[in-house]
Design a protein around this ligand. Structure first.
Ligand code: 5GP
Ligand code: ZN
Length: 114
């Protein structure tokens, strides 16, 4: 996807602070963090949001959650707690239409979200 900002981050055309990369995904620091730890886990494949996932993506989504938990462990926020968020479409506040998972930690995260 030529015009997709996260495809450009994945291929390095747009710079980002990458904290993790494997053949299927990257994790970057969010440009506008809303918590002391705010990472975006981004599959390299251009999928729009949860509605666009296919059965062949099941492994990928599982990996995203495992990597998020590993990053939380490495950062020492595992015991206090962390949140993984995926926003799909307008009411959820999706602003970048390439699927990504927020990893939020380092402060008390209210529930329900606003
Ligand atoms: P959404 O609202 O779609 O769930 O989340 C999009 C997230 O991407 C936002 O938290 C926003 O701050 C982040 N973001 C948007 N553009 C960029 C960018 O160019 N670089 C980085 N690192 N984060 C971005
Ligand atoms: Zn994309």
């Amino acid at each position: 996807m030529d015009s997709c900002i996260f495809c450009k981050i994945v291929d390095g055309t747009i710079p980002a602070k990458k904290v993790y990369e494997d053949e299927d995904m990257v994790a970057i620091e969010d440009i506008n963090p809303v918590a002391p730890h705010h990472l975006l886990l981004i599959p390299k494949k251009h999928v729009v949001n949860a509605l666009d996932l296919t059965p062949e993506d099941d492994r990928l989504v599982g990996r995203v959650f495992r990597v998020a938990a590993e990053i939380a462990r490495q950062r020492g926020v595992d015991e206090r707690g962390f949140r993984i968020v995926q926003n799909s479409n307008a009411d959820a506040g999706q602003s970048v239409f390439h699927i990504h998972f927020h990893l939020l930690a380092g402060r008390h995260l209210g529930w329900p979200p606003g």
